[in-house]
Structures are given as structure tokens and as C-alpha cells.
Design a protein around this ligand. Structure first.
Ligand code: NAD
Length: 390
């Protein structure tokens, strides 16, 4: 169980780019980073609106002279200081991730970046090499993958409790974009424009969560072929999609079905994962993240609860609240930030042995998300055709 005790030698000096007052995801970063005292927020370029960003930073407790107008100013100002930031989180629209990540790494700063990481696999591979050459960590924030019950599912699959995996059924949908985009806010505008969102809308925005989390549960399975069908129900969003379905063939013969949509009107179900094996199935949803449905063929169905002693050690070790009390998204983010902090700390200490076995969403996780998107787009643009996974 995690209880806030020190896990690294000293807190990391931390800065943020984006995630300002009006940003959707910024608070999740701060909730995750500041939970265990592993990061101290000491600088930021929080907002495209420099004055609003400065005021916001001051209200967060950041010194006025370390609330910068741009990320370039942040990097220049911080590397000139002896007590400058060591790691920067990037919580800005997709099209800025690549240039800001590169600039931070070139300046010798570790990076924690939002998904989808970049627009192309080529960009990911270039930046992975840069990080490697510089001896720096790039973490990627797939929000719910730090939840103890996600790792319970992974442990049960690993122990063979489901038998051979046959069906992978994934859904992340909501209805917030059911209407048109007339008068839409900034977060919708940049998400529906290929220049700012990249080659996808919902596939990258929410589908990458499904792809990464299912990979955490099923690390032994690789995609062989997929078929992606995507559509913009609101035509102004084309060529980007507000709805997509993906059929998947895995290398063990399993079949996958994935549905992402932001026009599932009225739906608040969000993420749902179902893993079906030859003996049993697991189902988990972020609507009820404390509960894991375990169904063994021929037996009464069971609901497993987080934090209970009957769970696997991999799950109990990362539980924070204990059974009976809600363990949710904020706790999951705290785990992700902790794992990335431990990776940065190990890098700093030159502990490559620790890094070899340490689980955290790193640049490979970001790259594989982008690779999956490239394959989906290739299939969709070929007329929703089956394509070999590349
Ligand atoms: P948003 O539009 O709500 O907020 C973006 C923030 O970044 C704003 O504060 C804006 O002023 C600031 N900003 C934009 N460009 C900037 C720049 N060049 N320098 C400094 N600040 C800048 O967007 P959002 O919904 O918060 O999404 C941001 C990123 O987070 C996206 O990549 C998105 O895909 C991702 N996201 C991830 C999750 C998750 O669960 N991991 C959830 C939501 C969003």
C-alpha cells in the first residue's frame, strides 16, 4: 500500500507548460505530481495568455519571476538558475508536444508529456534517440493506467486465471460533441482541426487510452492486423473523426473490437474494458473503478473490490485508499507520476538496473500509441480495409 512515504531521495524541481486556468487536464497533473511530495511546482508557462498564466501561477504558489510568458522563456530562465527545474510537464494541445519536448530535452530537462505524444512515429523515434543520448526520461500520462484494479487484471491474466485470451472488447465514448462546433471553446476547436490535433480526433484523444491500458493488461499479445472505420458525423470535423470502430486480429488468434466516439449522445459511461478468456472474463469500467467483475464460466459471477486482501500483490502494492474507500482517477495519476519520478530519480543516480525492470509509461508507450494511430488512419483512408500492422 502506498501512503506518501518518501520513495525518492529528494523532491524533483518541477515546471509546467500549459495546464492553465482554463485548461482541462492541468489539475490532473498537479493532483498526480503533488500527492507524494515527489515533485515541487516551482515554475511554469501555464497559458497562451501570458498575463492570465502569470496570475494563475502566482495563485498556485509559484514565485512571480518564475511564471513565464512562453515555454522558451521558461527553459532559458530555469537553466540559468542553480535551482532551476529538472522536469517539465507538457499539458498543451497536441501540435505543440513535439517542439516543446524537443526543446526541453535539448536543454537537459526530463519531460512528462500528454498523449497522443506526437503526430508521427518518425518524430517519436527521433525524440526517443535524443532522450537516450541525453540520458533523460520522457514519461507519458495515460491517466487511468495507474489504478490498482488495472494491475489486478494484468496479474490475473499473467497467472492464467482467464485461460487463453480470445476476445478484447474496448469502449471509450461520450456525447459531448454530439452537436456542431459553432461557438465551441478552444479545447474543441484545436481537437477538430488536423493542424492542431494531428491525424485523428477521437482515436488519439480517447482511443489511445484504450490501446495503452489493454496493452498493460495483455503485454504478451501483439496486433497483427486491424481494420479501422472512422466517420465525422459533424461534417466540419472531416477529415478527422468524431466516431470510429476498430476490429483487431492479435497474434495469439484473439479478436478485438474497439469503439471510440464523442457523439454517443447522452452517454456518460466513458471507458469500459472486457477481456474474455477460454475459462473466465474480466470487466472493468472507469464509471465504477473500485469494482472488477470476474466471471468464471459455470460459476456465480464475482465482484472484486480494490484494496481487499484477496487481490494480487501487484494490485495491493499500489493501492492508496484501502478497501471501502473510493480509489479513483486522482489516485491513478498519483501512481503514474510516482513511477515517472522513480524513473527520473534512477536516471539521476545512474541506476540502469532499476530502470530495466521498472514499470512506467515512457517514450515507448507514447510511440506505440502513435504507431497504433498511424495504422488506424492507414486502414480508414484505404476505405476501411484490413491492413497488416506496421
Ligand atoms: P485545453 O485546450 O483545455 O488546455 C490547454 C492549455 O494549454 C491552456 O491552458 C492553454 O492556454 C495552454 N497552452 C496552449 N498552448 C500553449 C503554449 N504554447 N504554451 C503554454 N501554454 C499553452 O486542452 P486540454 O484538454 O487540457 O488538453 C491538453 C493536452 O492534454 C492534449 O494533448 C490532450 O490530448 C491531453 N489530455 C489528456 C488527458 C489524459 O487523461 N491524459 C485528458 C485530457 C486532455
Amino acid at each position: 500500500m502506498l501512503n506518501g512515504e518518501k520513495k525518492i531521495q529528494r523532491p524533483l524541481r518541477w515546471g509546467m507548460v500549459g495546464g492553465g486556468r482554463t485548461g482541462q487536464v492541468g489539475y490532473k497533473h498537479r493532483t498526480g505530481a503533488q500527492r507524494d511530495g515527489t515533485y515541487q511546482l516551482v515554475a511554469g508557462a501555464f497559458d497562451l495568455d501570458a498575463e492570465r498564466g502569470r496570475d494563475f501561477g502566482i495563485n498556485l504558489g509559484v514565485a512571480e519571476d518564475r511564471c513565464y510568458a512562453t515555454y522558451q522563456d521558461l527553459i532559458a530562465g530555469e537553466i540559468a538558475r542553480e535551482d532551476g527545474v529538472e522536469v517539465v510537464s507538457i499539458a498543451t494541445p497536441n501540435f505543440t508536444h513535439y517542439e516543446i519536448t524537443k526543446a526541453c530535452l535539448e536543454a537537459g530537462l526530463h519531460v512528462i508529456c500528454e498523449k497522443p505524444l506526437f503526430f508521427t512515429v518518425a518524430e517519436c523515434e527521433e525524440v526517443a534517440k535524443l532522450a537516450e543520448d541525453k540520458g533523460l526520461i520522457v514519461g507519458v500520462t495515460y491517466g487511468f493506467t495507474g489504478h490498482p484494479l488495472v494491475h489486478q487484471m494484468a496479474a490475473m491474466v499473467k497467472k492464467g486465471m482467464l485461460g487463453e485470451i480470445r476476445i478484447v472488447d474496448l469502449q471509450y465514448t461520450h456525447g459531448f460533441n454530439s452537436g456542431d462546433d459553432v461557438g465551441a471553446g478552444e479545447a474543441v476547436k484545436w481537437r477538430t482541426n488536423p493542424e492542431t490535433a494531428g491525424p485523428t480526433f477521437v482515436l488519439g484523444d480517447i482511443g489511445t487510452h484504450l490501446y495503452y491500458l489493454s496493452g498493460v493488461v495483455l503485454p504478451h499479445m501483439k496486433i497483427e492486423r486491424l481494420l479501422c472505420d472512422r466517420k465525422a458525423f459533424i461534417p466540419t470535423r472531416a477529415p478527422l473523426e468524431d466516431h470510429a470502430t476498430v476490429l483487431t486480429h492479435y497474434d495469439n488468434g484473439a479478436r478485438g473490437r474497439l469503439w471510440v466516439s464523442s457523439v454517443n449522445a447522452g452517454n456518460m459511461g466513458s471507458q469500459r474494458y472486457r477481456f474474455v478468456g477460454s475459462k473466465a472474463s474480466l470487466e472493468w469500467s472507469d464509471a465504477h473503478p473500485d469494482q472488477l467483475i470476474y466471471e468464471v464460466q459455470g460459476e456465480p459471477n464475482r465482484t472484486l473490490h480494490h484494496g481487499m486482501p484477496y487481490l494480487e500483490e501487484e494490485s495491493l502494492a499500489i493501492d492508496r485508499m484501502g478497501a471501502l474507500h473510493t480509489e479513483g482517477l486522482g489516485d491513478s495519476w498519483a501512481n503514474i507520476y510516482l513511477w515517472i519520478a522513480q524513473a527520473i530519480d534512477a536516471k539521476r543516480r545512474g541506476d540502469e538496473a532499476f530502470l530495466k525492470t521498472h514499470h512506467y509509461p515512457g517514450i515507448e508507450a507514447g510511440t506505440e500509441g502513435v504507431r497504433w494511430l498511424e495504422n488506424c488512419v492507414r486502414s480508414a483512408d484505404a476505405g476501411s480495409a484490413w491492413v497488416d500492422y506496421q
